[in-house]
Design a protein around this ligand. Structure first.
Ligand code: SF4
Ligand code: SF4
Length: 341
C-alpha cells in the first residue's frame, strides 16, 4: 500500500501509555495559555490517538498501529508515557498490548524505529521512575536510560529519524507546558540534540533550577529555616527541599497558572532527576552529616556553604527568624524611619 501522507502537511503524533499511573496525561490536560489542543493546532500537529482523548479502540486502534509500523502511514512524533515494562525475564509479558499478542515494549520498539522524534513523557518513561523503584519486579526501564545510565529499552545509540535521541520530558508528573513547548519546538525543527541536557531533558526548562523564583528565597538567604510542615521558612535545611539542585522552572513557570510544590508548602523532591524516587531517606527530611545538609546547592563548594550559612545565620533579622517557624506572618516588614541607618 502507498504511504498515507500526513493530512494537510500536519505532523502525525501518536501517544501511548505504558507502565505508569496516567498522571502525566492528567497533568497535560491542564495545559493553559494555550491549552493542549490549541497548542497542537498551532504547531501543525495532528493527534492520531491518545488513550484518554480518542474514541478508537480494539481492531480500529490496532489497525492504526499496524499502518504506522509498516510505514503505510507516517509517524512523525511518538510520545510514550510510563516506563517500558520488560519483565518477566526481559519478555515484556507483564504488560501485553490488549488484543494483540505482542508486549507493549515490542510495540514501543517497532514504532520508535519508524518515528521522526520520540518523546519519553514523564520520569517513568525517561528513567524508570516510580515504577522502577524498590526491587523493580516488573523490570521497568526508561526508553533510553536505566536510572542515570544510558541504555534503557531502545539502547544508548538510538535516535529517531530526525537524528535526535529520545527527548526526556522528565517530571513526576510532567509540567503540561514542558510538553506543549517541546512539541512546538519539535514541529519547528528546533528540538535538536544540542537543545537537550546530559540527561536528555529539553534545556528550555532543564537549564533552570527550581530554587529560582521560590517565594522562600529571602528565608534561604538568611538560613531562616522551616522546622515543621506549614512553617514559612526555607525547607532546605530541615524539610528535605532539593530545589537548589533540581532542574526545572517550576517557580517561574507556574503550574496551572499559579502553583508550584513550594508555593503549596511542599519541599521539592527533584522529580525531574533519575533516582528521585529512592532518596534513601524520608522525602520530607534533610539528611545531614555533622549538622550540614548532605545535598548542597548545585555549584557550591561545601566550605563556602558552611561559611556563608554561619554568616547568614548571625545576621538573620528578627522578622525572618520568627516568621520562618510560623505558619503566618508574625512580624511584618517595617518601613524605614527618618534617622534609620
Ligand atoms: S524552600 Fe527550597 S526552593 Fe525554596 S528557597 Fe528554600 S531551598 Fe530554595
Ligand atoms: S518543584 Fe521539584 S518536585 Fe515539584 S514538580 Fe518541580 S522538580 Fe518536581
Amino acid at each position: 500500500m502507498a504511504e498515507i501522507p500526513s493530512a494537510n502537511g500536519l505532523l502525525n503524533l501518536l501517544w501511548l501509555q505504558s507502565g505508569g499511573c496516567g498522571g502525566c496525561s492528567l497533568s497535560l490536560l491542564g495545559a493553559e495559555s494555550p491549552d493542549l489542543l490549541t497548542s497542537l493546532e498551532a504547531a501543525g500537529i495532528r493527534l492520531l490517538w491518545h488513550p484518554s482523548l480518542s474514541e478508537a479502540s480494539g481492531q480500529e486502534f490496532r489497525a492504526l498501529l499496524e499502518r504506522l509500523k509498516s510505514g503505510d502511514q507516517k509517524l512523525d512524533i511518538l510520545c510514550v508515557e510510563g516506563s517500558a515494562v520488560t519483565g518477566p525475564d526481559g519478555s515484556g509479558r507483564f504488560h501485553m498490548m490488549a488484543g494483540s499478542d505482542q508486549p507493549m515494549m515490542r510495540w514501543i520498539e517497532d514504532l520508535a524505529a519508524v518515528a521522526g522524534q520520540v518523546f519519553a513523557v514523564g520520569s517513568c518513561a525517561a528513567y524508570g521512575g516510580i515504577t522502577a523503584a524498590g526491587s523493580n519486579p516488573s523490570e521497568a526501564r526508561g526508553l533510553q536510560f536505566d536510572g542515570d545510565r544510558r541504555g534503557g529499552l531502545l539502547g544508548a545509540d538510538f535516535s529517531g529519524r530526525s537524528g535526535a535521541p529520545v527527548i526526556n520530558i522528565a517530571g513526576c508528573p510532567v509540567h503540561p507546558n514542558w510538553v506543549t513547548e517541546s512539541l512546538m519546538q519539535s514541529a519547528s525543527g528546533e528540538l535538536t540534540e544540542d537543545q537537550l541536557d546530559d540527561l536528555g531533558r529539553p534545556r528550555s526548562y532543564a537549564d533552570h533550577l527550581v530554587h529560582h523564583g521560590c517565594p522562600r528565597n529571602e528565608f534561604y538567604e538568611f538560613k531562616a529555616s522551616a522546622e515543621k510542615p506549614s512553617d514559612l521558612g526555607c525547607m532546605m535545611e530541615h524539610m528535605g527541599c532539593l530545589g537548589t539542585q533540581a532542574h526545572g522552572d517550576c517557580n517561574t513557570r507556574l503550574w496551572n497558572g499559579e502553583g508550584s510544590c513550594l508555593r503549596g508548602g511542599f519541599a521539592c523532591i527533584n522529580c525531574t532527576a533519575p533516582g528521585f524516587e529512592e532518596p534513601g531517606h524520608a522525602f520530607h527530611q534533610t539528611p545531614k552529616i555533622a549538622g550540614i545538609p548532605v545535598g548542597l546547592p548545585t555549584d557550591m563548594p561545601k566550605a563556602w556553604f558552611v561559611a556563608l550559612a554561619s554568616l547568614s545565620k548571625a545576621a538573620t533579622p528578627k522578622r525572618l527568624r520568627e516568621n520562618a517557624v510560623s505558619d503566618h506572618i508574625k512580624v511584618a516588614p517595617r518601613s524605614r524611619e527618618p534617622g534609620d541607618t
